[in-house]
Write a protein of this length. Structure first.
Length: 266
C-alpha cells in the first residue's frame, strides 16, 4: 500500500472520528433545567404541596415535652436534663441524634419517659404532637410538645459532582434540592431520565423525571421523602467523552507513523 493511499485513508479516518464526536455532542438545551420554560413563561400546573409525611417503623424522631413544672421537665426530657449547654449541641451530630432520638419500634410505638409506649406509626408530625400532648396533659399543665423527624436522609448517586448521603429537615425537600446538595449535575448527566427510588409498604417504587421539562414539577417523585434515592444516569455523550483520549492517542500514533514513512521514503 502506497504512502499516499495510507495518508488518504488516514484523512478519512480522521473525518469519521471527528464526525462521530460531533454527533455525540450535546446542545445547550440538553443542559438546562426546565428548558421548555425558557426564556420566560408562566407555568401552569405548579407543584402541588407535599402531603404531610407519616411516621414509619424505624424512623428516628425528636420529642420535646415542656410544661410549667421545671422538675418534671427534666423527667420528660432526659436528653437535656441538667445540661447547661444549648440543646442544639446535642442534635448537631448524627451520633447525638442516634443516642437521644426516639426510634419507632417494630410494633409502631415510641417509649417516652414518664408516658410509656405511644403508638405513632401512620401519624403526621402534627398528629403525633397532639397525641403525645393529650397523654402528657394527664400529668402536667400548660404542656407544649414538639416532634420532628431526625432520620430524613436522601441518597444522591450517579452523575452529580458530590454523590453521597444528605440529611434534610425541610418537609418540602425537592429533587432539585437533593441535586443541589450533591453539587449539581455533571456535564455528562442525562437530564431527562433522573430516577427517584422510594420504598413503600408494597415494595420499591420508581419515578422517572425529565428535568428538561416543567412536567417534572408535577411528578409524584418531585417532592422527596425520607430514605429516597436519586440516581442520575450518564448521557450517551459520556461514551464519546471517555473514548476521546483513546481516539486522540490513536490518531497521533498513526499520524506519526505516516510522517516517518513519508520521511524515510524520500
Amino acid at each position: 500500500m502506497s504512502i499516499k493511499l495510507m495518508a488518504a485513508r488516514m484523512g478519512w479516518l480522521q473525518l469519521l472520528i471527528l464526525f462521530s464526536l460531533l454527533v455525540s455532542c450535546r446542545s445547550n438545551k440538553d443542559l438546562r433545567y426546565l428548558s421548555d420554560s425558557w426564556p420566560s413563561k408562566t407555568l401552569t400546573g405548579l407543584p402541588q404541596a407535599h402531603s404531610d409525611y407519616k411516621i414509619k417503623v424505624n424512623d428516628n424522631v425528636f420529642v420535646s415535652i415542656i410544661s410549667s413544672n421545671l422538675e418534671m421537665n427534666e423527667i420528660y426530657n432526659p436528653a437535656t436534663a441538667g445540661l447547661n449547654r444549648s440543646i442544639n449541641n446535642i442534635w448537631q451530630s448524627l451520633p447525638g441524634q442516634f443516642l437521644y432520638g426516639y426510634l419507632v419500634d417494630p410494633d409502631g410505638t415510641v417509649s417516652l419517659p414518664g408516658l410509656g409506649k405511644i403508638e405513632v406509626v401512620g401519624l403526621t408530625m402534627n398528629d403525633c404532637e397532639s397525641k403525645i400532648k393529650s397523654k402528657a396533659e394527664e400529668y402536667l399543665k400548660d404542656v407544649t410538645v414538639k416532634v420532628r423527624l431526625l432520620s430524613y436522609k436522601i441518597t444522591v448517586m450517579g452523575e452529580v459532582n458530590t454523590p453521597g448521603v444528605y440529611y434534610n429537615y425541610n418537609p418540602e425537600f425537592t429533587v432539585f434540592d437533593a441535586l443541589s446538595s450533591g453539587g449539581g449535575l455533571t456535564s455528562a448527566a442525562k437530564y431527562d431520565k433522573v430516577l427517584v427510588l422510594r420504598r413503600t409498604e408494597s415494595g420499591s417504587k420508581t419515578f422517572t423525571l425529565n428535568l428538561n421539562s416543567a412536567s417534572a414539577l408535577n411528578s409524584e417523585g418531585y417532592f422527596l421523602e425520607p430514605n429516597d434515592v436519586v440516581v442520575v444516569p450518564p448521557a450517551q455523550y459520556k461514551n464519546a467523552q471517555l473514548g476521546l483520549p483513546f481516539y486522540t492517542t490513536m490518531l497521533a500514533t498513526i499520524t506519526t507513523f505516516i510522517l516517518i514513512l513519508s520521511y524515510t521514503s524520500k
